[in-house]
Design a protein around this ligand. Structure first.
Ligand SMILES: Cc1cc2nc3c(=O)[nH]c(=O)nc-3n(C[C@H](O)[C@H](O)[C@H](O)COP(=O)(O)OP(=O)(O)OC[C@H]3O[C@@H](n4cnc5c(N)ncnc54)[C@H](O)[C@@H]3O)c2cc1C
Length: 307
């Protein structure tokens, strides 16, 4: 049982904190047990207060974005879950095709806003539904472009010094769906885009949106790709060849449209998703001798919190 007293003290410090907040409200899977405390930082000062508090109380802080890559386990998340809002949900344009995007800005919104200003070069990311913060940490991308390819600098908050630091693009290591930013709190990033005709850029944006609609189950509750593609192979094809497309466990199923997506089609538990993850892993291992690596992130505890 989390000590009632730390939560009462946090409520006094940040009155907007949500206690026992179901994480199913904050993930595109619509799955996840309760967070002990869920805070949306809306003022720059909130972060120092929150991290100072967490350090004094010895509590973990878990940052989240749009929850579009997250499986939160059924027992929920202990400590504080932190989302960003306010100043971190803004865009600032400057000379030379640079745009600073707060970590809470969602990629589709950013890319359309850039297109309207005549700035292009990141259109392939328009179908990634997450935030700029989540995208930088994950190095989100497609076959055409990863966000790291257009990143000039990243602003991070250091929980030790309680200060913000700007990392130059070269100081951050971006790799396939991962970056050296994992473990830090990302506040925003500056992207370097190219000037172009707004109409042409919007036309490319629409083309990428159409492609998504044709190939991915975007209108279901899911978190995009479950696994990373093993070098030179397409994991969707491997799962499909194992005969698992459409396979159901509880309220979850391997998408009949794209075998690397798992859908919550009927009040699925995280345990249902994990059962399908294990099934796909064991079948691909047995057939191909390949070990599949998760792309989605898992947080929280499997077992419910003791009453
Ligand atoms: C329909 C659909 C299609 C998708 N297509 C793609 C695709 O084409 N390419 C792709 O790469 N991904 C895709 N995704 C997955 C997902 O959108 C991306 O991984 C995205 O970058 C996650 O961002 P988020 O804000 O939702 O992060 P979350 O899911 O909330 O978090 C992801 C990870 O980032 C961390 N994190 C989030 N914000 C911060 C922050 N500010 N500071 C520090 N850590 C943070 C979290 O702790 C977690 O570890 C898709 C998802 C869906 C639902």
């Amino acid at each position: 049982m989390p000590s009632a007293s730390w939560r009462a003290r946090l409520k006094r410090l940040l009155p907007d904190v949500l206690l026992d907040e179901p994480m199913s409200r904050h993930t595109t899977f619509r799955i996840g047990g309760p967070a002990d405390a869920f805070v949306t930082a809306k003022r720059a000062g909130d972060l120092s207060e929150l991290y100072g508090f967490a350090r004094a109380e010895d509590l973990p802080v878990t940052p989240v974005g749009w929850g579009s890559n997250l499986l939160v386990l059924d027992g929920g998340v202990r400590g504080i879950v932190l989302a960003l809002g306010g100043p971190y949900a803004r865009l600032r344009f400057s000379e030379g095709g640079l745009v600073w995007a707060g970590a809470a800005v969602r990629l589709p919104r950013m890319i359309v806003a850039c297109a309207e200003k005549g700035l292009g070069g990141a259109e392939p990311l328009v179908g990634v539904p997450g935030t700029v913060g989540g995208a930088l940490v994950m190095n989100a991308g497609t076959r055409e472009l990863e966000i790291g390819d257009v990143t000039e600098s990243v602003d991070v908050f250091d929980p030790e010094s309680l200060e913000t630091r700007r990392l130059g693009g070269a100081e951050v290591r971006f790799a396939y769906r991962s970056s050296s930013l994992a473990g830090s709190l990302v506040l925003g990033g500056t992207l370097s885009l190219k000037a172009g005709e707004p109409g042409d850029i919007m036309e490319r944006v629409r083309r990428f949106q159409r492609q998504r609609l044709q190939t991915q189950p975007v209108h279901t509750f899911n978190v995009g790709s479950t696994f990373k593609n093993p070098s030179g192979r397409f994991v969707a094809k491997l799962i499909e060849e194992a005969g698992l497309k459409g396979r159901v466990h509880g309220g979850a199923r391997i998408s009949p449209m794209h075998a690397n997506f798992i859908e919550n089609f009927s009040a699925a538990a995280a345990a249902d998703v994990l059962a399908l993850v294990e099934l796909a892993r064991s079948e691909v291992r047995r057939r191909e001798g390949l070990e599949l690596e998760l792309e989605m992130k898992i947080i929280g505890e499997a077992a419910p919190r003791p009453a």
